[in-house]
Design a protein around this ligand. Structure first.
Ligand SMILES: C[S@@+](CC[C@H](N)C(=O)[O-])C[C@H]1O[C@@H](n2cnc3c(N)ncnc32)[C@H](O)[C@@H]1O
Length: 259
């Protein structure tokens, strides 16, 4: 039996300070409805809490390492973890891998290999708008979220409704498309913890409401500041999170509601 990781627990949220690879074999078979993973992107650098975040008193210092010698090493790191977690997913479950231009094409091929191409559901574009521009190319303003179903005939999906933007439908709701216009967390945002690369709660609520049935269980095996678990709790879904960084789990534990 693999060693059990250090654990803190509330009725709906469980957080583990451990490697995704260590957690995976401890989870019961067919127990997860939705896997959302926002792993390091292989940017080749470390990510740290920006200096102004601690000044605002919102966070402990935190950082994580995000570099592999080659893309092949990075993909083989991810392959081992996906292979380990797939047995814990229900036949109705789906997998969302959050990545960017550096590796999205490699991860798409990896998921095709592990699940076969006909299990592909969506390539979502998270268009976040924030940041600078470049004189040498179009400004990079999106992340990629690749979604695959464990069983393409059975996966859960409920189309989220978002405000319509056209004049004709002004004031009405429409089904979300595969381009999600959600602002990144700005310096003054109340939800900002200071954890590097924290994702907005609105994005996670949208994904969870679409792919996890009410009362289901969401797993985030690289949970960072706990955004996914907070979103799951807000929506009445159970959340399981792990992160290799004790500082991340410290921040996530403070954010996730207690019983
Ligand atoms: C992009 S960040 C996640 C940010 C998170 N979605 C949030 O909103 O705060 C990636 C996380 O993966 C964690 N990580 C890196 N290697 C890991 C591993 N082997 N197992 C679990 N977590 C890992 C890092 O510590 C970091 O917190």
């Amino acid at each position: 039996m693999p060693a059990r990781p250090a654990t803190t627990s509330t009725p709906t949220s469980t957080l583990h300070t451990t490697d995704w690879l260590t957690l995976a074999p401890t989870l019961p078979r067919y127990s997860i409805d939705f896997l959302y993973a926002d792993p390091p992107f292989n940017t080749g650098k470390s990510h740290s809490t920006p200096p102004n975040a601690t000044k605002a008193g919102r966070s402990a210092q935190a950082s994580y390492f995000d570099s592999w010698p080659t893309t092949a090493d990075y993909i083989s790191w991810l392959r081992a973890r996906l292979l380990a977690i797939i047995p814990a997913l229900k036949p109705t479950a789906s997998i969302a891998i959050h990545c960017d231009h550096r590796a999205s094409h490699h991860i798409r091929l990896l998921l095709d290999e592990l699940l076969t191409p006909d299990h592909f559901i969506n390539h979502l574009i998270w268009h976040y708008g924030l940041g600078g521009s470049s004189p040498r190319r179009f400004a990079r303003k999106h992340d990629d979220i690749l979604i695959y179903g464990i069983d393409p005939a059975k996966y859960y999906f409920k189309a989220p409704m978002v405000p319509a933007t056209s004049q004709r439908l002004k004031g009405k709701l429409k089904k979300a498309t595969d381009v999600l216009d959600i602002p990144a967390i700005n310096n003054m945002a109340r939800e900002r913890t200071g954890y590097p690369t924290q994702k907005p709660i609105e994005l996670l609520e949208l994904l969870i409401s679409a792919f996890c049935p009410p009362g289901g269980t969401v797993l985030d095996p690289c949970c960072g500041s706990g955004t996914t678990l907070l979103a799951a709790a807000n929506l009445g879904r159970a959340g399981i999170g792990c992160d290799i960084s004790p500082a991340a789990i410290g921040i996530a534990t403070k954010r996730v509601p207690k019983s």
